[in-house]
Design a protein around this ligand. Structure first.
Ligand code: AMP
Ligand code: GLY
Length: 418
């Protein structure tokens, strides 16, 4: 069945969603607002403001859109899903109230406590004196988090007590901060489709959050990812469903704020078990770029089921046995001060490497030229039978790409490549 779809967002995550919809071969009519240069080459793009609830709902109604897919968090927090749902148009993404699971770390902690979900201990501090008490209670390494959305910059994990205090002082100007217990272990991102009552898990991925090889430097939106995670214990996904996702979904439903859309569980596998570090209310970027290419089940049907409360009728999702690696190309100066407006070259040669797809993030056309317009510019995605080959393909493609001053990590998926 052909579906008329409106997809909101402009990153490589949205490009990956678009590619997954196209891979169904059903010929869906997809309009993307606002998209980017890579997306514009494959779908209709419009300059509609994705964060304006009324404009999005009007567009969807006027154009007989059958499914609205919300990519990033900002439209969710702005109430776009509520406005579309009020017009009785199926929308993939939670309303503003349930999206607080991502937009307010204090809200997320309260819901986790109420639902009995395992997470690190945390103290909310409104003054620097309270921060000092909490830092000394938990000890080093110190974890300090701004409460609201901060595009990955609000969190500091450090052994340096003065740096922790300085970070807290900065964010206290905006409101209370959270001081958390440090959780030691491998990080896992697990996405689950949710329809308010039930959940359907996707397949785990691992994100590389810090800018530099060997996990050094500042936190970013994510510099690369791979999937699947061969080192996870059997039963991991079921355990997350039973001890994390379902309790949270049930708790939110009981509070009158049912969560429908994508529940992103950011987890740490510690020696004493799985702990939640954060929830997001949308697909992760860049993890989506390695999860969706492996999805065999047609994506649109599952998104529609989540949007219409019928996920319980959908069988378990199927994934291919291929592995997938993505490496993000970032502009000079990212994350603190990305330099933009520079030309990108070599994408045709990069895309010609077997198993490779180039997903666009911050790109725009300027006549014949392709320009980088932001911090994370491209996601180079490689599929193969094994991680060594997927890495080889991704890095072969990366060496074809020209963007002055750009940087990427060279160790994505290295730990699983034999
Ligand atoms: P968040 O925005 O909460 O996901 O935090 C960003 C990153 O900081 C996470 O992906 C982790 O790498 C790290 N982090 C956050 N909280 C903790 C914690 N309690 N213990 C260890 N690392 C953490
Ligand atoms: N890759 C982390 C995120 O999407 O929040």
């Amino acid at each position: 069945m052909v579906v008329r779809i409106l997809l909101l967002g402009s990153g490589a995550r949205e490009h990956a969603i678009l590619s997954a919809l196209a891979a169904e071969g059903a010929g869906h009519e997809v309009t993307v607002a606002p998209g980017n240069a890579g997306i514009a080459a494959e779908a209709t793009t419009i300059s509609l403001d994705p964060e304006n609830p009324k404009l999005v709902a009007d567009f969807a109604a006027d154009n007989a859109i059958e499914l609205v897919i919300i990519g990033p968090e900002a439209p969710l927090v702005a109430g776009v899903a509520d406005a579309v749902r009020a017009r009785r148009i199926p929308v993939f993404g939670p309303g503003k109230a349930a999206a607080q699971l991502e937009s307010s770390k204090a809200f997320a902690k309260r819901v986790m406590d109420a639902a009995g979900v395992p997470t690190g201990r945390a103290e909310r501090a409104a003054t620097i004196e309270e921060v000092v008490v909490a830092l000394d209670e938990f000890g080093a390494p110190y974890v300090v988090k701004a409460d609201g959305l901060a595009a990955g910059k609000g969190v500091l994990v450090t052994d340096d007590r003065d740096a922790a205090l300085e970070h807290a002082e900065h964010y206290l100007q905006l409101g209370p901060v959270l001081v958390e217990e440090f959780l030691d272990g491998q990080e896992v991102s697990l996405f689950l489709f949710a329809d308010g009552e039930t959940v359907l898990p996707l397949t785990p991925a691992q994100d590389y959050k810090l800018v530099g090889d060997g996990d050094v430097g500042p936190n970013t939106g994510g510099m690369g990812a791979y999937s699947p995670l061969p080192w996870l214990p059997a039963g991991f996904v079921d355990e997350v469903v039973d001890t994390v996702a379902l309790p949270v979904i049930r708790q939110l439903a009981s509070e009158g704020t049912p969560f429908s859309g994508l529940l992103y569980c950011g987890l740490i596998v510690t020696p004493s078990g799985i702990r939640v570090i954060e929830f997001n209310a949308r697909f992760g970027d860049p993890e989506t770029q390695v999860v969706l290419p492996r999805l065999v089940t047609p994506l649109s049907g599952v998104l529609f089921a989540a949007a219409t409360g019928t996920l319980g009728e959908v069988p378990p999702l199927e994934f291919s046995n291929d592995v997938c690696v993505t490496v993000v190309v970032a502009s000079e100066g990212y994350p603190s001060d990305p330099q933009t407006g520079r030309p990108i070259t070599g994408l045709d040669a990069a895309a010609a490497v077997p198993g490779v797809a180039i997903l666009h993030a911050a790109t725009a056309r300027d006549g014949d030229r392709l320009l980088a317009t932001g911090g994370r510019v491209l996601s180079v995605v490689a599929r193969a039978d094994d991680f060594a080959e997927a890495r080889a393909r991704a890095y072969r493609a990366l060496h074809e790409i020209g963007l002055e001053g750009s940087h990427f990590r060279t160790d994505i998926a290295l730990r699983v490549a034999k």
